[in-house]
Design a protein around this ligand. Structure first.
Ligand code: NAI
Length: 466
């Protein structure tokens, strides 16, 4: 093969989006993937399958709870886990084909095998067919991340499991203990809890959802999830796993007290780490930071000339859409354009019911940075659409600059927050103020009117709350 312009290692949302963008800009591109299916963690074992499972179990939950809507016989319904998994696999399969179709139609060559950095300008691809050398002007590392394993509680795929296993269980565990109340723990905890598992989430911090959410937002989410039957053990440090007569138990510590949580499955969701396995980073002299992430400059360039990196394998939030934005920007840079990512406006969503979403800075972060702010809040219990659709659990909060009124952050706990947060992102991307949001016409009745009300509340002018 003649020299390529760009070889991308890893076909997740960062890698395949970069491939499409680079091909659109006229570059000759190869996309290297070690797995048979394209799409990486997000499509195959992350965002997409978990959303399919969350959707199916939400349908089940609504069906069971449908008596007040006039549906008779809901108490006789049963659930088939294998059908749920088959539906999830179908969704994933459809999207695998979609990504392959899109990249190949754009003229990107897909090369299957494990990609490794070779001599400068070379990527070596090892597969069952042997080793192939790709000569290229530029290389993009988009190899993603893998679950973090607790050293004293290794994944065995049976009792101690990661999200990789948690999206593919064959039956509903009677008792599931989830370690970590981040996005993965709350989403997969919700899935199995809805199907009847007694779920206990053990978290070392005193709030759920991670540090980007303010305590009032985290508490609103926690209350809603507790109502659904999920138990939270916060401020609790996990110490190990113990075999007992009745099965297994997670051992933990809180305020000097030793605690035990019986479980037949322990889902460990304490974060993910950069994946550089098999990349030949050390041999090539690729610089990694203290957490094993590839070090890049402001233009995604590593310490090696012509070698770039994006997505979960570099610093920053491990989010598919952050990787996609970086994929577009790096392709533009390589093509001689001026790619840019606005890291101040990257939304985060936890797809529970209600969903939890945020963008920009939190109230706590603003205070820590001595930024003078005004806050507007609106409880969904005051929203007509929320009342009509069983969606009153939650609230929306707008954080605005006290001087300029510019929206600095938005946090939400609401059904549909994952879609509503896009409106907040658009306002923030254009530098909008709370008054700009307040003066925008939102359709009635919609839950999103609560965002407008929260923006009006920044200047204490909410119409539908006091
Ligand atoms: P996370 O970093 O979001 O949350 C991990 C939680 O575990 C934190 O609250 C942390 O305090 C806690 N923790 C850490 N060590 C612990 C210990 N020893 N005992 C008890 N608690 C402990 O990580 P998570 O949920 O595993 O997700 C990994 C990455 O994937 C994150 O960056 C996340 O944003 C991303 N992701 C995003 C999703 C989304 O956007 N909806 C869905 C799934 C994952």
């Amino acid at each position: 093969m003649s020299q390529l312009d760009l070889v991308i290692i890893g076909s997740g949302p960062g890698g395949y989006v970069a491939a499409i963008k680079a091909a659109q800009l006229g570059l000759k591109v190869a996309l290297v993937e070690k797995d048979q299916s394209l799409g990486g963690t997000c499509l195959n074992i992350g965002c997409i399958p978990s959303k399919a499972l969350l959707h199916s179990t939400e349908v089940w939950h609504h069906a069971r709870d449908s008596k007040k809507h006039g549906i008779v016989g809901a108490d006789k319904l049963t659930f088939d886990v294998s059908a749920l998994m088959a539906n999830k696999d179908k969704v994933v399969g459809q999207l695998n084909k979609g990504v392959e179709f899109l990249v190949t139609k754009r003229g990107v060559e897909v090369v299957r095998g494990l990609g490794r950095l070779g001599k400068p300008g070379e990527v070596l691809v090892r597969s069952s067919a042997g080793e192939r050398i790709l000569n290229t002007k530029n290389i993009l590392i988009a190899t993603g991340s893998v679950p973090i394993e607790l050293p004293f509680m290794k994944f065995d795929g049976e009792t101690v499991i990661s999200s990789d296993h948690g999206i593919a269980l064959k039956s509903v565990p009677e008792k599931m203990v989830v370690v970590g109340a981040g996005a993965i723990g709350l989403e997969l905890g919700s899935v199995w809890s809805r199907l009847g598992s007694q779920v206990t989430v053990v978290e070392m911090l005193t709030t759920i959802g991670g540090p980007s959410y303010d305590a009032d937002i985290a508490k609103a989410a926690q209350t809603a999830l507790e109502k659904q039957g999920i138990k939270f053990e916060l401020g609790t440090k996990v110490t190990g796993v113990k075999k007992s007569a009745a099965g297994f138990a997670l051992t933990a510590e809180r305020d000097g007290k030793v605690l035990e949580f019986p479980a037949d499955k322990i889902l460990v969701a304490v974060g993910r780490k950069a994946n550089t396995t098999g990349l030949g980073a050390a041999e090539a002299g690729l610089k990694l930071d203290e957490r094993g992430r590839v070090v890049i400059d402001g233009h995604f360039l590593t310490n090696l000339p012509g070698v770039y990196a994006i997505g979960d394998v570099v610093a920053g939030p491990m989010l598919a859409h952050k990787a996609e934005e970086e994929g577009v920007a790096v392709a533009e840079n390589i093509a001689g354009k001026h790619g840019h990512v606005n890291y101040a406006v990257i939304p985060g969503v936890i797809y529970t019911d209600p969903e939890v979403a945020s963008v920009g800075i939190s109230e706590a972060e603003a205070k820590a940075k001595n930024i003078e702010i005004k806050i507007g809040k609106f409880q969904l219990s005051g929203n007509g659409r929320a009342i009509a659709t069983d969606g009153t659990a939650g609230m929306i909060k707008v954080i605005a600059c006290a001087k300029s009124d510019k929206v600095l952050g938005v946090q939400m706990v609401a059904k549909g927050a994952s879609e509503m947060i896009a409106a907040a992102c658009a306002h923030m991307e254009y530098g909008g103020s709370a008054e700009d949001v307040a003066r925008t016409c939102f359709a009635h009745p919609t839950v999103s009117e609560s965002f407008k009300e929260a923006a009006m509340a920044v200047s204490k002018m909410s119409i539908h709350s006091l």
